[in-house]
Design a protein around this ligand. Structure first.
Ligand code: HEC
Ligand code: HEC
Length: 454
C-alpha cells in the first residue's frame, strides 16, 4: 500500500465530470455558481435562468444515469486499493468479485479539486469506459512481473508509486538490467492526456500500454507470449472473459485494462489548488460572508471547508511569490505549463540534450516537420517534486537545476523555442519558483501493489 490522503473533506472538494455531450450545458452553468452570486441582481437572474435550463437537463440526464452509472471521485481508494483481503487473489475471491454486477457499471466520475478544471479535456473514457472491474484488472496487470520475459519487470518497476510513478534512475532499467536512453515519465494524470511518450508517438494511453511489454530493453516479451501467460492464469482469464465478452484475453484488452487503471491515478488537491479556489473570496468582508451564509448556505459550507483545507495545507510566502512568477511574462513558464495539469500537451525544444554528439530529435521523428527537431512533450508540474531526475534525458537532478536551465535560456540550438530566453531571475526568484513547484503536490490514491491472481 502506498501513502495517500483519505481526508473526507477532499471528497466534497471535487467536481463532477459529465461524460455525455448532453451535459455540456451544465458545465457552462457551473462556473457561475462559484462566482459571488449575491452581489448583483443581474447575476442572480442569470443564475435562476441557467438553473432552470440546467435542471431540465439534470432531470433527463439523471433519469438515464441512475440505472447505468455510479458516481465516484477519482482518487477514491475504493477504486485502486484492490479486492479486500491479504495475500494472492484466490479463484473464489475473483469469482465473487467478477460476479458482482456493480463492478461492471460504467462509472460517472468527478476529478479532484484543481484537476477538475480540466474536465473538458478528459481523454479516452467514452471509447473505454471506467468500471471497477476493469480498473482492478488493470491494477493487477500494472504490478505483475509475469508480463515480462523473465518475470522480473512490471510497469511499476519504472513507474514506482513511491517515486511519483517514475523512477529514481536516469534511464528506465528493464530486463537483464538493460537501460534505454530516456527518463521514465510519470504515469499519473494520464486521464487528461492523449498522445503518450516524450515524442508523442503513441496516439492513446491504450496504444502506449502495450508498448513496454514487447520493448526488448523494457519487459523484453512478445505480445503473443504475454497473452499466452495471462490466458493460462485462471484468475486473469475469468476476469477478461467477464469484462470483454466474446473477446477475452487479447493484447488490446490488456492495453485497455492497464489504461483504465492509469486513468484513476490522479493527483489530489495541492496547497496551490486550495489557494486558487479561495481567490474569488479574497475581497469579501464580514458582511459579505454573513450574507452568503443566509442566502447560499451550500456555498458558505463549501467556502468553510476550503478555508480549513487551505489552512491545513498552506502555501508559504515564497511559494505564493513563485506562483505569480510562474504565471508571469517575466518567467513565462505558463507559456507551456498551463491548464489543469500544468501542461499544454504540446512539444517544444527547450534546449535539453542539444549539446550531445548526436542530439535526439524528439517529435521530429514522428512528424518529420523540421520545426519539431529536438521538441519533447511538456511534462506536468503537478507532484513534480517526487519524480527526480528531470527531462527526457534525465539530465537534471533537482528542481533547482531545472530553474537554472531556464534562467540561462536553455542550451542554444537552431530549433530552440522562441519562448525560451535568458531570464533575469534573482536567487530569491529562483527559490520562489522551486517553492511554488513543491506546493503543486497533492495526495495520490492508495494503491495495492501486492494482491495479484495466484
Ligand atoms: C524499463 C522501464 C519501463 C517499464 C518496465 C515501463 N515503462 Fe513506461 N516508460 C518508460 C520510459 C523510459 C518511458 C518514456 C519512453 C519514451 O518516451 O520514449 C515510458 C513512458 C510511459 C508512459 C508515457 C507517459 C507520458 O507522459 O507520455 C506511460 C503512460 C507509461 N510509460 C506506462 C507504462 C506501462 C503501463 C508499463 C507496463 C505495461 C510501462 N510503462 C513499463 C519506462 C518504463
Ligand atoms: C517553451 C515551453 C516551455 C516553457 C516556457 C517552460 N517549459 Fe518546462 N518543460 C517544457 C518541456 C517541453 C519540458 C521537457 C523537455 C525535455 O525533456 O526535453 C519541460 C520540462 C520541465 C520540467 C521537468 C519535468 C519532468 O518531469 O521532467 C520542469 C520542472 C519544468 N519544465 C518547469 C518549468 C519552469 C519552472 C518554467 C519557467 C521558468 C518552464 N518549465 C518553462 C516546456 C516548457
Amino acid at each position: 500500500m502506498f501513502s495517500c490522503n483519505d481526508d473526507p473533506t477532499l471528497l466534497f472538494l471535487s467536481e463532477r465530470f459529465h461524460p455525455s455531450a448532453r451535459h455540456s450545458r451544465l458545465q457552462l452553468a457551473r462556473p457561475l455558481k462559484n462566482v459571488p452570486s449575491h452581489r448583483s441582481v443581474t447575476s442572480v437572474l442569470c443564475i435562476v435562468l441557467l438553473t432552470l435550463v440546467a435542471s431540465a437537463f439534470i432531470d433527463r440526464a439523471t433519469a438515464a444515469d441512475k440505472s447505468s452509472k455510479r458516481r465516484v471521485r477519482l482518487g477514491d481508494p475504493s477504486l485502486t486499493a484492490g479486492i479486500p483481503g491479504t495475500g494472492p487473489l484466490t479463484g473464489a475471491q475473483l469469482s465473487k468479485w467478477i460476479n458482482n454486477p456493480a463492478n461492471h457499471v460504467p462509472l460517472d466520475f468527478k476529478l479532484p479539486l484543481g484537476l477538475a478544471a480540466g474536465k473538458g479535456d478528459v481523454q479516452g473514457v467514452k471509447s473505454n469506459p471506467l468500471t471497477r472491474a476493469k480498473i482492478e484488472l488493470g491494477r493487477q496487470l500494472f504490478f505483475d512481473k509475469r508480463l515480462s520475459s523473465d518475470n522480473t519487470i512490471s510497469c511499476a518497476s519504472c513507474h514506482q508509486p513511491g517515486h511519483g510513478y517514475a523512477a529514481a534512475t536516469r534511464f528506465g532499467v528493464g530486463v537483464d538490467g538493460q537501460t534505454g536512453d530516456v527518463n521514465s515519465p510519470v504515469a499519473y494524470n494520464r486521464i487528461l492526456s492523449s498522445r503518450q511518450f516524450w515524442d508523442g508517438r503513441a496516439a492513446s494511453l491504450e496504444d502506449q500500454a502495450v508498448g513496454p511489454i514487447a520493448a526488448p530493453i523494457e519487459m523484453g516479451n512478445t505480445h503473443e507470449q504475454a497473452v499466452a501467460t495471462v490466458k493460462a492464469n485462471d484468475g486473469y482469464k475469468k476476469q477478461f472473459d467477464a469484462i470483454y465478452p466474446n473477446e477475452g484475453v487479447t493484447i488490446d484488452n490488456i492495453g485497455k485494462s492497464i489504461a483504465t487503471f492509469e486513468r484513476t491515478l490522479v493527483t489530489g488537491p495541492s496547497p496551490f489548488d486550495f489557494a486558487e479556489a479561495l481567490k474569488p473570496y479574497a475581497n469579501y468582508d464580514a458582511a459579505d460572508f454573513e450574507e452568503m451564509k443566509s442566502d447560499d448556505p451550500k456555498e458558505f459550507a463549501r467556502y468553510t471547508r476550503l478555508k480549513a483545507a487551505a489552512a491545513a495545507n498552506p502555501m508559504s510566502e515564497s511559494a505564493r511569490r513563485g506562483r505569480d512568477l510562474f504565471f508571469s511574462d517575466r518567467a513565462n513558464c505558463s507559456a507551456c505549463h498551463v491548464g489543469a495539469n500544468l501542461t499544454d500537451e504540446g512539444f517544444h525544444n527547450i534546449g535539453i540534450g542539444m549539446d550531445a554528439s548526436i542530439p535526439k530529435m524528439g517529435r521530429f521523428t514522428v512528424t518529420k516537420d523540421p520545426k519539431d527537431k529536438g521538441a519533447f512533450k511538456t511534462p506536468t508540474v503537478r507532484n513534480v517534486a517526487s519524480s527526480a531526475p528531470y527531462m527526457h534525458d534525465g539530465s537534471l537532478a533537482t528542481l533547482e537545476d531545472v530553474v537554472e536551465h531556464y534562467a540561462i535560456g536553455g542550451t542554444p540550438n537552431p530549433w530552440l523555442s522562441k519562448d525560451i530566453v535568458k531570464l533575469n531571475l534573482s536567487p530569491q526568484d529562483k527559490a520562489d519558483l522551486v517553492a511554488f513547484m513543491k506546493a503543486c503536490s497533492g495526495p495520490l490514491p492508495r494503491v495495492n501493489s501486492e494482491r495479484l491472481p495466484q
